[in-house]
Ligand binder design. Structure first.
Ligand code: GLN
Length: 321
């Protein structure tokens, strides 16, 4: 079926979602990372980026919050760019874990593979894969450059978040060394973990995340900068990784109710990809027990349902003014 949306109908859906959930107080800021606990929990922003580069926004879309696990998508893309699709599958995997993002048992259950670059184990492994091997500084530059290209502008390291997370990441330290034990860390484990912690501590805005979502939806061509960031052949693979495990143990419920492949982070951000149509991002710090932002989920779901969109509909969507 052909579906035509107008620019105004998207604007209305975004504003409606914002108004509907602005006062919602469900969920709680992440508190296992001290910095995140003290962020103003009333912050709320929604941003949609269309494939012609135009943004539709409501609320706090210029506030730079901790990107956290959403950055796993960016570095998975970098690993794909550097190694290709087959190597990513054999060195990390592309499977759902159905378990929390920081699960250690998931590593053991999946025959010692980290499962997917979109949980902590796989993301630390992906950081270890980033080239040039052995050069922490150049690896970090590659991670930030890739993220900048995808989002159209540079993220800013939130130093306090980085220090807060480095001082408390004991579970992740165990993961890094357990992976080393199984030969699934491809560089120094402590350095790989540090890169992962640092990338999670990058500040990003909902505006930037929507552009990144749109770049993936646009097969690697950033619709704002017009830069071809990655080979379009990777786009379905990236979106399938996101669809499979983007909301951890709640991924199935999320996909069923929203129809949108999306990735969350405990900083309160969500980045969604509707292939061929748009990128959608939302941000609000209070999260549910799986680590997904309560308000951002409600808002994105509202927009998808209100506009009758789903990645599974088979509809051809066009957008006119
Ligand atoms: N840096 C966080 C962690 O490793 C990211 C978790 C998340 O956003 N789900 O625990």
């Amino acid at each position: 079926m052909e579906r035509n949306l107008t620019f105004v109908s998207i604007q209305e859906a975004v504003q409606e979602a914002y108004n509907l959930y602005k006062e919602n107080t469900d969920g709680k800021n992440a508190d296992y990372i001290p910095y995140l606990a003290q962020i103003d929990s009333r912050l709320f922003g929604i941003s949609v980026c269309l494939l012609d580069g135009r943004s539709i926004e409501a609320g706090d879309t210029q506030y730079a919050f901790g990107i956290e696990s959403v950055s796993k998508v960016h570095t998975a893309i970098l690993a794909l760019r550097q190694y290709g699709a087959e190597k990513l599958l054999s060195m990390i995997g592309a499977d759902a874990t159905g378990l929390p993002f920081n699960s250690i048992i998931a590593i053991l259950l999946e025959n010692d593979h980290p499962s997917t670059p979109l949980v902590n184990a796989g993301a630390i492994a992906a950081c270890s894969m980033v080239k040039p091997i052995g050069d922490a500084r150049a690896k970090w530059e590659a991670i930030v450059d890739n993220l900048t290209q995808l989002s159209g502008s540079a993220p800013v390291l939130i130093d306090e978040l980085y220090r807060s997370e480095s001082a408390t990441n004991f579970n992740n330290r165990s993961i890094a060394w357990l992976l080393k034990n199984y030969g699934r860390i491809y560089d120094d484990p402590d350095m790989s973990l540090d890169l992962y912690t640092r990338q999670c501590s990058l500040g990003i805005t909902a505006h930037q995340l929507a552009i990144c979502g749109a770049t993936i939806a646009n097969k690697g061509l950033n619709p704002v900068t017009q830069q071809n960031v990655f080979d379009g052949a990777f786009a379905p693979q990236i979106t399938s990784l996101i669809a499979t495990v983007g909301f951890y143990e709640h991924t199935g419920d999320w996909l069923y109710t929203s129809g949108l492949p999306a990735k969350s982070g405990v900083g309160g951000g969500i980045m969604g990809v509707l292939p061929g149509v748009m990128g959608i991002a939302a941000f609000a710090p209070p999260i549910d027990e799986a680590g997904n932002s309560v308000k951002a989920q409600l808002a994105v779901k509202h927009i998808m349902n209100r506009l009758g969109l789903s990645v599974f509909s088979g509809d051809r969507v066009t957008i006119t003014d």
